[in-house]
Design a protein. Structure first.
Length: 83
């Protein structure tokens, strides 16, 4: 998505929301591209910074999905290795 500077200022929350969802937002001044707003994790990845796994997972596009991440406590099934 491309935004003129004035429009980006007026709708900054929308620009941030789109960037956070993974869509780079290009800002233009007098028709020339001058800046890009991207998700912080993408910025860190581009800079080569280490991101903790849980931080990465918490900020991903699947954040709204209710996942059960509890470890199973039931015993594994028996396997006959003798043949």
């Amino acid at each position: 998505m491309h935004w003129q500077v004035q429009e980006a200022k007026q709708r900054f929350s929308e620009v941030l929301r789109a960037a956070a969802s993974g869509e780079a937002q290009v800002v233009t001044r007098h028709g020339q591209e001058v800046a890009v707003v991207i998700d912080i994790n993408e910025y860190r990845r581009l800079r080569g910074e280490q991101v903790e796994l849980m931080d990465y997972l918490r900020s991903g596009p699947l954040l709204d999905i209710d996942l059960d991440v509890e470890r199973a406590t039931d015993l594994p099934r028996e396997v006959d290795l003798a043949g």
